[in-house]
Design a protein around this ligand. Sequence first.
Ligand SMILES: [Ca+2]
Ligand SMILES: [Ca+2]
Length: 108
Amino acid sequence: MKRRMSILLVVACAAGCSPSAELCPSRYLNDGDCDDGRLGALTNLCPLGTDEADCANVDPTVCQTTNDGECDDGRPGAPFHICAPGTDEADCAGLPPADADTNSVPPE
Ligand SMILES: [Ca+2]
Ligand SMILES: [Ca+2]
């Protein structure tokens, strides 16, 4: 029974492991780092809302990834959006400033 389940998981993953998978890999659960990509998270390795144990006490107004060399505050051109607009100024200096008016509203 156990063996069959693990094979099934491998097949399902091979068919399409994508960021939209519903589960956070167990290695990222309860590791003390918020990994589900919400504002204030340390990483976005897990789908939003799947790392509740580690993310419960995260302050969404505090960027944990400042000065890591990657812009994380979701402004236009930023590769990541795990920090509130304007909170990763150190890494986002070369990009246009975050604009609260247009930040979360896609064009059209
Ligand atoms: Ca975690
Ligand atoms: Ca950063």
